[in-house]
Design a protein around this ligand. Structure first.
Ligand code: HEC
Length: 277
């Protein structure tokens, strides 16, 4: 009997993320507490460094890479393209008047009038199409350069994503949360399996990063990509790893996932762009 009771309580604890009354703020507190307890030696803001926060062996090499980072060129290109005028004489600065102060920490946000999550990439392309320019491709190339420049200007600002008291905003947040904890693909694994329960453990050649602060360093230059990629590019790769069909970049599903994951990182600093294996 005792065994059954223990098992039951384990199941109940595992189920708490879905407790009906849990607000985003409750989730955030529990999420952060889980990781700070699991990795007591990692200062909380260090979780913005992904796997390098929990893998001292690869951290040293990563720090060397960061001294002459491969993303530097993306920042420089991004600055140049950001400042280039559109054909109508306007520029990105007209869409993002506060860009110099750093704006990335406020993305994604929920647009209550439109009833949708707005990501920084989405806002970049909306700026273009509103000004008669063609939208950029979503996952790599120019959008990561503009994104790298804006992230760079936002470094050190604390992530400050809000879930307004709006039924659709809460639904989007819960959709992202559900994606994070749901098993999928032929391997039947959830984001949470790798980046929550098994974070810090090894899978094949990799140590798994904790999901806390996951979005802070994007866009990233990945050696494996030999180039830059957005967060949604990474999401697609992680869905594929478990042999699940990836969603489209900037689909409502990935926007919701980004909304949830970024909200979980509230209070940690933006550290994009960054370098990854
Ligand atoms: C089978 C295990 C596995 C699953 C499931 C998985 N990932 Fe990953 N993920 C990895 C590995 C391995 C890496 C590279 C090492 C690292 O940074 O954790 C990675 C990296 C990432 C990164 C980059 C972190 C950084 O700092 O650069 C993000 C973000 C991410 N995953 C999100 C997700 C999300 C969201 C899901 C669910 C859709 C998911 N992953 C599912 C294995 C997994």
């Amino acid at each position: 009997m005792k065994k059954i009771v223990t098992l039951l309580s384990v199941l109940l604890i595992a189920a708490t993320p879905f407790a009906a009354q849990a607000t985003p703020d409750d989730d955030l507190k529990a999420f952060r507490a889980y990781f700070t307890k699991k990795f007591p030696d990692v200062p909380v803001n260090d979780f913005i460094n992904g796997v390098y926060a929990v893998d001292p062996a690869s951290r040293e090499q990563w720090e060397q890479f960061e001294e002459f980072p491969s993303y530097q060129i993306a920042i420089d290109n991004g600055e140049e393209k950001f400042n280039k005028k559109f054909a109508n004489g306007k520029s990105y600065a007209d869409c993002f008047p506060n860009y110099k102060k750093g704006i990335k920490q406020n993305y994604p946000y929920f647009d209550t009038d439109k009833g949708e999550v707005v990501t920084l990439e989405g806002a970049i392309n909306k700026c273009r199409t509103d000004n008669g320019e063609k939208p950029l491709k979503w996952q790599k190339g120019e959008i990561t350069e503009i994104g790298a420049y804006l992230a760079y200007l936002s470094r050190g600002h604390k992530i400050n994503v809000k879930v307004p008291n709006d039924a659709k905003a809460i639904a989007a947040y819960n959709r992202g949360k559900k994606h994070f904890y749901s098993k999928r693909g032929q391997l039947n694994m959830a984001c949470a399996d790798c980046h929550y329960y098994y974070s810090g453990s090894r899978i094949r050649a990799d140590i798994l990063s904790p999901a806390l602060g996951h979005t802070s360093g994007f866009p990233v230059y990945r050696n494996k990509w030999a180039g830059m990629g957005t967060l949604h590019r990474r999401y697609g790769g992680c869905n594929k790893q478990v042999r699940a069909k990836p969603f489209k970049p900037q689909s409502d599903e990935y926007k919701a996932l980004e909304y949830f994951e970024t909200y979980m990182g509230n209070g940690l600093e933006i550290n994009g762009p960054s370098q990854r294996k």
